[in-house]
Write a protein that binds this ligand. Structure first.
Ligand SMILES: O=C(O)CCC(=O)C(=O)O
Length: 227
């Protein structure tokens, strides 16, 4: 059987996402305690208010147990085939639907690693993906992507009825995806999510420009689009 990093890198290249079951199982209790210490809804917040803490690595050293792990290093090295770096990290208290979106569309691939501290299933806000929609070479760019984003108007379908691959998660699992891929989550209640984004060391002018744009967009657009 191929090594984990080879399987994950290949799934990322072809389909745009992968789940690494129980990769963070050993540290999940530390991460959960740390999340509850750092992320607090503001006083008087509505129950459906989303909360994002940016640059969470700065105040949650426990997340380094994942970001500096051997398997994350191996996945990034195999996928990017060069040195890589973490560009952003965030902790999110997510509530409700996240509509179909990609985190921008870049020529430079970015990987987003996400850990849900609560179990997510199809009907409780599990992430779902349109396989292959991250690739510019397979016809997804333009109208097909627009139709998915405007699913109700263009396709007559609710977001949760657009066929996608639902990736359920239990605490300790890590989901990693190419941030170009179309993804969403439906029917969810409150779910705690830790995330960080990696990029290969930028070499070309396009890569440098995309990396700066990506970094800025994460802050300007807030955390995760709400449905
Ligand atoms: O879990 C969700 O609601 C969506 C997460 C997402 O879109 C993201 O982390 O980029």
């Amino acid at each position: 059987m191929p090594a984990l990093e080879d399987r994950v890198a290949q799934q990322l290249r072809v389909f745009g996402f992968a789940r690494i079951e129980q990769a963070a199982a050993e540290v999940i209790d530390d991460l959960t305690r740390a999340f509850d210490r750092v992320v607090r809804p503001p006083a008087g917040a509505a129950p459906d208010e989303r909360v994002t803490t940016f640059d969470v690595l700065a105040e949650m050293s426990e997340l380094r147990l994942v970001t500096e792990s051997e398997w994350v290093r191996a996945v990034c090295q195999t996928f990017f085939e060069r040195k890589s770096q973490i560009v952003t990290s965030d902790a999110n208290l997510l509530v409700g639907d996240s509509y179909w979106h990609s985190d921008g569309f870049y020529q430079t691939p970015f990987l987003r690693f996400v850990l849900y501290l609560d179990t997510t299933e199809g009907e409780t806000g599990a992430l779902r993906f349109i396989p292959g929609s991250h690739r510019a070479d397979n016809g997804w760019l333009g109208d097909p992507t627009r139709h998915v984003i405007r699913h109700k108007k263009d396709l007559g379908l609710d977001g949760g009825d657009v066929p996608g691959v639902v990736v359920e998660s239990r605490p300790g699992d890590v989901i990693v995806f190419d941030t170009n891929v179309l993804h969403s989550a439906w029917h969810g209640g409150v779910r705690r999510q830790l995330a960080f984004n990696c990029v290969g060391e930028p070499v070309t002018e396009t890569e440098r420009r995309d990396t700066s744009r990506y970094f800025l967009n994460r802050y300007v657009s807030g955390s995760v689009p709400i449905g």
